[in-house]
Design a protein around this ligand. Structure first.
Ligand code: WQD
Length: 352
């Protein structure tokens, strides 16, 4: 990835673009804006003081993707985020998940193949491990998703791995995220879930601003220190830096490699409630209820392979992660909903 090259980011109108721009990378974003908004693009520019090139494109539209690649022949790699990502929702509309996540990725890979772009960083997930027998989880742990969302990640990993096996000049980093948490330290960018948040931290932060009455803690009978489930909550800026490190790793022509992006430290749900309550400065209301179907006891990473091979390690602690989330949420009580979302920042929007 030379300095004159560009990186195509799919579905990534967020933190990774900030890290890439701060690293003086040229960035082209394609996003269908189902889970993002023009305001996010505007804020990325505000944070970095740099321009991005943005196309409102769905990765399922291979013709449009080819147009973007051909308008930017200096694109030499892709960071692929685009896809649907709610575990619970995936059990209700599995066909949408298989179509968007798998067919969409195949459309992207076909376009890459046609224009000769052969380096990809893929946003996978710890969900591919299902209910793992080994904690902390190494990359060698058997794979076994337990929901459609996780299976789309598992299948896409296989597609990319087989592509790299058949084409030795392709290189891919499959990044298995644990639980992203926190927000950009500027308070300008954070998770902006539409509707009722599926995930713990966005829901908890909406309790803190009074948008939700209380948090339902799903399950208090797990075999853990306080009976609630354990996850590895990794700061979103650390996660973004992991992507940048993986992108640079591809220059070593590693073929297809997979990495856990986690802290290596597990926290229970109640520990997260207490940590975030501390950031907010008052106790947040919660109720212990039944387990959520499909949840597992513990998903904690063994991140040593990424630490060593990517020279990357999560740096931001839980206290700072909770403080960044509260800073974002208290400054943006309705996420980006209050912003003039439909007026695209003319300087960055390109129409095909
Ligand atoms: C965390 C813990 C819940 C909500 C999923 C995907 C993963 C990633 C993050 C994309 C669990 C508990 C939650 C609530 C609760 N997605 N919880 N009350 O399910 O671990 O991971 O989202 O990157 O790939 O699999 O995340 O935040 O939904 O749940 O008690 O209102 O919080 O039971 O123990 P999860 P989560």
């Amino acid at each position: 990835m030379s300095q004159s090259s560009s990186v195509l980011v799919t579905g990534g109108a967020g933190y990774i673009v900030i890290e890439l721009l701060n690293d003086n990378q040229q960035v082209v974003i394609v996003d269908n804006l189902v889970n993002a908004s023009y305001e996010a693009i505007r804020r990325i520019e505000q944070i970095t003081g740099k321009k991005v090139t943005f196309y409102k494109v769905d990765i399922l539209d291979k013709k449009a993707l080819l147009q973007v690649f051909r308008q930017h022949p200096d694109i030499s790699s892709v960071i692929h985020f685009a896809g649907l990502k709610a575990v619970g929702e995936s059990t209700q509309i599995p066909l949408d998940y298989y179509y968007n996540n798998i067919t969409g990725t195949i459309s992207l890979l076909q376009a890459m193949k046609e224009v000769g772009v052969k380096d990809i960083v893929f946003s996978s997930s710890a969900t591919v491990y299902g209910d793992p027998p080994i904690i902390p989880i190494p990359e060698t742990c058997p794979i076994g998703s337990t929901n459609p969302y996780g299976r789309t990640k598992q299948f896409v990993e296989s597609v990319i791995r087989d592509l790299c096996t058949a084409n030795k000049d392709w290189n891919a980093a499959l990044l298995r995220y644990f639980n992203p948490a926190g927000a950009h330290p500027s308070g300008l960018l954070g998770e902006n879930p539409l509707g009722i948040p599926n995930n713990l931290m966005p829901y908890l932060s909406q309790v803190a601003i009074g948008k939700r009455e209380f948090l339902s803690v799903y399950g208090s009978d797990y075999p853990t220190k306080d009976g609630t489930a354990i996850r590895d909550y990794i700061n979103v800026v650390d996660l973004s830096r992991g992507h940048l490190a993986a992108l640079k790793k591809l220059a070593d022509k590693p073929g297809c490699v997979e990495y856990n992006l986690g802290t290596g430290h597990g926290s229970t749900v109640l520990e997260m409630v207490h940590a975030f309550s501390k950031a907010v400065g008052r106790d947040l209301p919660y109720q212990l209820v039944d387990r959520r179907p499909g949840d597992v006891t513990n998903l904690t990473a063994n991140p040593s392979k990424a630490n060593k091979e990517l020279n990357w390690k999560a740096q931001v602690d839980l206290e700072e992660t909770c403080a960044s989330l509260w800073n974002w949420q208290s400054k943006n009580p309705n996420g980006l909903e209050d912003c003039p979302g439909d007026a695209p920042p003319e300087s960055v929007i390109n129409y095909l």
